[in-house]
Design a protein around this ligand. Structure first.
Ligand SMILES: C[S@@+](CC[C@H](N)C(=O)[O-])C[C@H]1O[C@@H](n2cnc3c(N)ncnc32)[C@H](O)[C@@H]1O
Length: 254
């Protein structure tokens, strides 16, 4: 599908067809194998979370994956430490996908878990990840652009390819980043991934909007609501699909 110009495709989050998002096609296209970009993301996030929780062990940890959609590896990356993981999304088709995966996961996700297991905290999880994920994860309909009901409720969080991949509006991008961080308790470790300078993307024949932000915009947006953040540029331009310049991974502490 040809890329559209920004003016032709300007779309707010509310304009996009989230209930037409096809999770099966999305997984086939993006997660049927562990791409080298995912392997790099996993290695950084795995170290970020396990280094933190090795130093800081405490009572119950609640995690949240915002815009979880059809990707289980952000939730899996928090699993060893969480008694509860909220999988938040506004798309009914993606929420159904997540519910089905909790009832019986597809084989593709085993490969992602094996990459996480290169760190001991994951490898030694009693009984493996799947029964535990079904126990602790709850799938929730929600909109990250709405005001946060319960600020600071979660002690860790992830948000992968959401804030910049939900709208062409820069204001909505910043609002999603701010709300994600407001959900987290002060000092909570987080990981968020972004497609830099994305021009939008299709899932099957449905087009979804994206916001044109660069690494500096991403770092500045996060920096306004976080104690610290470090960003990483991952992969080559267009390695995963046409129409973006790099994956930017941000890891930090609220
Ligand atoms: C590009 S997909 C990313 C999915 C997944 N996190 C991943 O890593 O592949 C964007 C996700 O954001 C969700 N989304 C879009 N607008 C949202 C909103 N306002 N609040 C919460 N989730 C939203 C979509 O339904 C979709 O699952």
């Amino acid at each position: 599908m040809p890329l559209r110009s920004w003016s032709e495709s300007a779309q707010s989050n509310a304009d996009a067809q989230w209930d037409d998002f096809d999770p099966t096609l999305y997984v086939q296209k993006n997660y049927s194998t562990v791409l080298s970009v995912d392997e790099t993301i996993i290695s950084i996030v795995r170290a970020h979370f396990s280094d933190h929780f090795r130093r800081v062990s405490g009572p119950a940890v609640r995690g949240i994956d915002v815009g979880a959609g059809a990707n289980l590896y952000p939730a899996l990356s928090m699993l060893p430490w969480c008694d509860e993981i909220t999988l938040l999304d506004r798309s009914k088709t993606n929420l159904d996908y997540l519910r089905h995966q909790l009832a019986g996961h597809d084989d593709v996700w085993e490969k992602f878990w094996r990459k996480l297991c290169l760190e001991n905290a994951y490898a030694v999880l009693p009984g493996g990840p799947w029964a535990r994920l079904s126990d602790v994860a709850k799938v929730e309909l929600g909109d990250i652009l709405e005001p946060v009901d319960d600020p600071g409720r979660w002690q860790t969080g992830t948000m992968f390819f959401v804030a910049e991949s939900m709208s062409t509006s820069t204001e909505e991008f910043h609002r999603a980043v701010r709300h994600f961080l407001e959900m987290l308790a002060p000092g909570a470790p987080f990981a968020a991934a972004f497609m830099e300078h994305s021009q939008g993307y299709s899932v099957g024949s449905t087009w979804f909007p994206a916001c044109d932000v660069g690494e500096d915009d991403i770092r500045a947006s996060i920096g306004r609501s976080a104690e610290s953040v470090r960003t990483y540029r991952i992969g080559r331009p267009g390695e995963v699909r046409p129409g973006y310049t790099s994956i930017v991974l941000a890891c930090g502490f609220r």
